[in-house]
Design a protein around this ligand. Structure first.
Ligand code: GTP
Ligand code: SPV
Ligand code: MN
Length: 588
């Protein structure tokens, strides 16, 4: 009997008309075979993969994407529920039947002359009750190899699909790479992602933002769990006690660095479980349990060095079962090594930039694209937490919401209670980054760091968040952080990176009840003496500035929050409105 999976693949094959069909099995040999294929496959700016110096960068390869295809494209990303209201003001929308017609047209014969890779994959540990079986097709060898790194790919997943049709489906084709023939469409009610015209990151590695967040968040809404843009980490204190924390920060705002942190605080250390996505379920014990649905890192390269993130440098230099890929970094042709701004050592005198063009420092432009990335298996991480392989995940004691705000927002805030914490997440703003196309550095609202990733109406999502809180007998505490506040000269007030452990320590001290806090209208902040500052060269003035809640500036902030919430109208939960009104009363 033909299974639903086989039937779906046959339909896609008839539409896309590939020259060959290849079912991925997930074996080790397969990775190296695909790399060989990619090295011999020409695209407009060279082969799909360039082999780097294997003695210094074991199993590492460079990929250059099309210069017009280097980040997520939010304006071409649509969430297609039957009505626009169900998708919400937070999503672009098209009527589903119409959307499918558009996509069918773009997909007709789109794989002609190419191989269609069929990828059975799992988001989450295959034995986890919270994991999801998925099936995707792609005509990109780069995507096929990347999916092996980012997810659990293999024939055993097909067994899981044998007698069922509720797998999450993904259609991906690079199409013509023409931005005018590019769409990333989601049909949450059918568990379907349909992406044509981009080969990059979140647009193309469908297991990531498309499945694990946009489709996942909608499934979570229907099934009673949460899919979040969050780091999962274990923080071990000097007595060996471990506290599990999740943290949501918008794209390119510090999740990977936090998840892999080398603590600047003696006695404390971080164990990592995930750097981008968390699926959160309520356990039988009334606590919140987190799993990382992914199996790899797709991290920002610029700024990554032995100084800022030694654990990540070790991870990307330790090739194993899967290769490490670099996308849109520069190439040092003298040494055949990758290079990016912020890497250790002197800046090379000449390079090929991310587009493969000759470059020297005198050019005054960046050699690596600001959103250039590495792709590496999480099992290569030297600090992988033992919980990473546990099907039920780990119990969470604290949730952190953060943003990139040069002004206004204190280094750390604790919410008064769950509803206030949900409001803290909902009112979050952050300056835009290179992770998506468009202007960089403008403050926009990015609730829970989910603005580009919530697969349904954000007001319903807040309602769901509030409900999750009341269903837990031991909910985690909710905090807010901002590593990015600056002084009058525009310099960061806080050293960040490994020193962020000092903030995590305060958060844990609050969870265990070891310290008290100071109340402000925005939330609870540390008493200056409670923040562990030993070994830190920070004046009392600067510290106070870090925790300052300037009522006058907050007046503008609440106005912006009000404007942002307005389009949600009647769907906005009363609790959010009450929290907003309470804050407004206090800052006016
Ligand atoms: P995505 O993969 O896009 O979701 O990004 P991310 O949230 O994982 O961000 P990542 O850790 O890659 O950091 C992005 C940028 O923020 C890099 O340029 C880092 O150097 C910078 N960054 C990270 N942590 C800190 C910090 O504590 N302080 C400062 N000032 N910068 C930081
Ligand atoms: C992000 O933008 O949040 C990323 C990179 O993690 S992408 O996979 O392109 O979404
Ligand atoms: Mn991300």
């Amino acid at each position: 009997m033909v299974s639903a999976a086989e039937r779906w693949i046959e339909e896609q094959e008839r539409l896309a008309k590939p020259a060959h069909v290849y079912w991925m099995d997930g074996s080790e040999g397969e990775a190296w075979r695909l790399l060989e294929i990619g090295m011999n496959e020409e695209r407009l700016n060279g082969p799909v993969f360039l082999k780097l110096d294997q003695s210094k960068w074991p199993t590492a390869y460079l990929h250059r994407s099309c210069p017009n295809d280097v980040a997520r494209v939010e304006q071409l990303t649509l969430v297609c529920h039957p009505t626009k209201e169900d998708s919400g003001p937070n999503n672009n929308w098209m009527e589903p039947e119409k959307a499918k017609k558009v996509m069918a047209k773009l997909s007709d014969g789109c794989m002609a002359g190419r191989t269609m890779y069929v990828i059975p994959y799992m988001m989450g540990h295959p034995d986890s009750p919270y994991a999801k079986a998925c099936l995707m097709i792609t005509d990109s060898t780069y995507v096929a190899v990347s999916m092996r790194i980012m997810t659990r790919v293999g024939t055993p997943i097909l067994e899981k699909l044998r007698n069922r049709d509720d797998f999450i489906k993904g259609f991906h084709s690079i199409g013509t790479l023409d931005p005018n023939r590019r769409y990333i469409m989601h049909f949450p009610r059918e568990g379907l992602v349909w992406s044509v015209g981009s080969g990059y990151g979140g647009n193309a590695l469908l297991g990531k933002k498309c499945v694990s967040l946009r489709i996942g968040s909608y499934l979570g809404y229907k099934q009673g769990w949460l899919a979040e843009h969050m780091v999962i980490m274990g923080v071990e204190d000097s007595r060996g006690k471990k506290t599990y924390i999740t943290a949501a920060l918008p794209s390119a705002c510090g999740k990977t660095n936090l998840a892999m942190m080398e603590s600047a605080l003696p006695g404390y250390r971080v164990w990592t479980l995930g750097d981008d996505i968390a699926w959160l379920n309520i356990g039988p014990d009334g606590r919140l349990w987190a799993i990382n649905p992914e199996a790899g890192y797709f991290g920002v390269a610029p700024g990554t060095s032995m100084k800022t993130n030694p654990n990540m440098m070790k991870t990307i230099k330790r090739g194993a079962f899967n290769p490490t890929l670099f996308t849109n970094v520069a190439l040092n042709t003298d040494t055949n090594e990758p290079w990016w701004e912020g890497l250790d050592g002197p800046v090379p005198e000449r390079l090929l930039d991310w587009q493969g063009r000759p470059w020297t420092p005198a050019d005054g432009i960046k050699a690596a694209h600001p959103n250039s990335r590495f792709t590496a298996s999480i099992i290569n991480s030297p600090m992988l937490d033992e919980g990473a392989d546990k099907p039920q995940g780990v119990p969470i004691s604290a949730i952190i919401f953060g943003g990139r705000r040069t002004q206004l927002i204190p280094l750390v805030l604790e919410s008064f209670n769950w509803a206030h914490g949900v409001f803290m997440g909902a009112r979050m703003g952050s300056e835009t980054t290179a992770a998506a196309t468009g202007k960089v550095g403008v403050v926009r609202r990015d609730p829970m760091a989910m603005r580009p990733f919530c697969g349904y109406n954000m007001a319903d999502y807040w309602r769901h968040y509030l409900n999750m809180g009341s269903r837990m007998s031991r909910p985690p505490r909710i905090f807010g952080v901002n590593w990015f506040r600056t002084d009058e000269q525009g310099k960061f007030l806080w050293p960040g990176f490994g020193d962020n452990m000092r903030v995590l320590k305060w958060i844990i001290d609050r969870v265990t009840g070891a310290v008290s806090a100071r109340e402000t209208p925005a939330g609870l902040v540390p008493r200056v003496e409670d923040l562990e500052t030993t070994g830190l060269d920070l004046s009392k003035d600067r510290l106070e500035k870090l925790f300052e809640v300037n009522i006058k500036d907050w007046t503008t902030e609440v106005d912006e929050v009000r404007d942002y919430l307005k389009p949600y109208k009647g769907r906005l939960p009363a609790e959010i409105r009450e929290q907003y009104e309470k804050l407004t009363r206090q800052v006016r």
